[in-house]
Design a protein around this ligand. Sequence first.
Ligand code: ZN
Length: 136
Amino acid sequence: MPDTASTENSRIINEKWFMETPQGKALAGSHCPKCGRVYFPKKRVCVQCFEAGHMEEVALSRRGKLYTYTVAEAGPPGFSVPYAFGYIDLPEGVRVFSPIGGDTSRLEIGAEMEMTMGRIRQDNGIEVIGYVFEPV
Ligand SMILES: [Zn+2]
């Protein structure tokens, strides 16, 4: 499993998507203090109630349920096939688009999934690391 920090041979896909917690990296969402809606990736303005300038950064849950997924048998350069992508519904009410790792033959709609950090693709010899949800 790759480390959770960028190194000489790897880089984090987008540092803005993450925040550090005592349990390690978590997805960084934004919470609207006015209407309570939570977003990922973060937003500066709430598109539900138009609250601006007061969005709070929150660490999102690592576990959620698989809403839907697809398994690709062909991919762009740098992707190992087959690979899976899908949507994960988190308890905060956020639906996150995510690469899916682990045993993709075990995927089931509604299954419990957990976030980890993993390899997304190879980019000119550099491992691109990002969030990946896997079946629990
Ligand atoms: Zn709002």
